[in-house]
Design a binder for this molecule. Structure first.
Ligand code: GDP
Ligand code: GDP
Length: 436
């Protein structure tokens, strides 16, 4: 399911990052304690009332060495390319500036909804300052104060009203959506071409919603797939596509829309920090993950090379211990067809449901083997386990006192679940709740 995307644009210092942080709030990231893995500051999930969405601070995309007007233009274009709703932010205290007018002029070209927010209206006496901004021709200005947290509710109500209807159901349920992520030059485009070049592949025309114009639909052995493109994979062109933050942003968007994420590494270059960062996001987003080692043809090998590389990957990607590793060569096509089989397998595991009765037997056996922890004379008691969700499989354990559940015991239970059922390639989640 893909969440709507909101982007904030506006000239520097109007308060974009302040508003971004307000809307995002304090979000705890479950992989934050893994070194090198933190959510990118310019992109986050957020929610307002019952609406969930993703939000981008285009001001955080570093477009160094460009003249001011060019930077603003590129930020506005990123917003127009990536977002469903655009918040155009201005500073109420400065009145309408020439730069605001330039931004407005660029935004006139989009058909997407643009909502004008006038920031730094810190108290009701300042409200009259918003009227000036009608001259921008964007519509009704919404007064807000990022630093005081005022007016955000009304603004977000308006934003949510403009979310696209029927955002889900882009593709039928049986379609497997996957993306290839990884640093430039690891071979993502070559792999896609290699998939599409396989015999018996039927490529159909792209369904052509504007937002997903670069998705590729195809069928192999009766199974329909959609390859979700990331920046610069096949449609290289726009200047900003080469900036690192933008390619991370594009990768995060693609991950969000995928069922299965292929983390592509280059056998010649080994593992780098950025590989871990993006892989961490796929894990955190709860997607099925496969690690692909490409360019396997290009290195000197003996019978140990594969084991050595596997061990290195496991050391670097501790949090992806469930992800299968496939060694391929996009160039020669070697083992590329295996990738599709692995995709099918992990996709099935990602949606696997376990009957409660069988699940509880496994947990009872686990507790008998390794009794639950105690603290100051109190023992954790496990009453009942049930699977509450798929994609990823999520289990709730009902207990007497959730504080007594230790991380290590949770890990033990997860491992028991993994040993008993096939969850290869998918993260699983365990939530501890008090039985009421
Ligand atoms: P950006 O460059 O658009 O991301 O702007 P920032 O979020 O960095 O904010 C620029 C400056 O404006 C900072 O010093 C903020 O503290 C200040 N600022 C942001 N929002 C408000 C507001 O609602 N009222 C006032 N008075 N100052 C604000
Ligand atoms: P992307 O930026 O990740 O999409 O990478 P490309 O698919 O554009 O590939 C980058 C370069 O690596 C190109 O010169 C490819 O020909 C080369 N390449 C891709 N896959 C392989 C492979 O399996 N083996 C070798 N030797 N080169 C490859």
């Amino acid at each position: 399911m893909s969440k709507p995307v909101v982007a904030i644009v506006g000239r520097p210092n109007v308060g974009k990052s302040t508003i971004f942080n307000r809307i995002v709030g304090e979000r705890v990231s479950i992989v934050e304690d893994i070194p090198g893995v933190t959510r990118d500051r310019i992109y986050s999930s957020a929610d307002w009332l019952t609406h969930e969405f993703n939000i981008i601070d285009t001001g955080g995309i570093d477009l160094r060495d460009e003249p001011f007007l060019e930077q603003i233009r590129q930020q506005a274009e990123i917003a127009m390319d990536e977002a469903d709703v655009i918040i155009f932010l201005v500073n109420g205290r400065d009145g309408v500036t020439a730069q605001d007018e330039q931004v407005a002029k660029i935004l006139y070209r989009t058909k997407k909804p643009v909502i004008l927010a006038v920031n730094k209206i810190d108290n009701p006496d300042m409200r009259h300052m918003i009227y000036d901004f009608y001259t921008l021709g964007i519509g009704e200005p919404y007064p807000i104060s990022g630093s005081h947290g005022l007016g955000l509710g009304d603004l977000l109500d308006e934003v949510a009203k403009n979310f696209p209807q029927d955002d889900d159901g882009e593709y039928p349920d049986d379609v497997i959506k996957f993306s290839l992520i990884g640093r430039p030059n690891v071979g993502k485009s070559s792999l896609v071409n290699s998939f599409l070049g396989e015999e018996r592949v039927i490529v159909s025309d792209v369904a052509g919603t504007t937002r997903d114009a670069v998705d590729t639909q195809y069928e192999y052995d009766g199974q329909p797939y959609v390859i979700i493109d990331t920046a610069g994979m096949r449609k290289k062109g726009k200047v900003y596509e080469s900036t690192e933050k933008y390619s991370v942003l594009r990768a995060l968007r693609a991950i969000e829309r995928s069922d299965v994420v292929l983390v592509v590494l280059n056998a010649e270059e080994g593992i780098q920090e950025q590989d871990k960062k993006i892989a961490g996001y796929a894990h955190e987003a709860g997607k099925a993950v496969i690690i692909i080692v490409n360019k396997w043809d290009a290195i000197e090998k003996d019978e140990k090379t594969m084991n050595v590389m596997t061990r290195k990957i496991r050391e670097h990607f501790l949090f992806l211990d469930y992800a299968p590793i496939v060694f391929v060569s996009a160039l020669s096509g070697k083992r590329v067809h295996n990738v599709l089989e692995v995709i099918n397998r992990v996709n099935e595991n990602h949606s696997r449901r376990i009957q409660s009765s069988i699940l509880n037997e496994v947990i009872e056996d686990a507790v008998a083997m390794n009794p639950a922890p105690t603290d100051k004379g109190r023992r954790l008691r496990l009453y009942y386990v049930t699977q509450v969700a798929i994609q990823p499989p999520t289990f709730v354990v009902f207990v007497n006192e959730p504080e007594l559940m230790h991380f290590s015991y949770e890990r033990f239970l997860q491992n028991r679940i993994r040993e008993s059922f096939d969850f290869e390639g998918t993260p699983i989640r365990l939530i501890t709740r008090a039985r009421t």
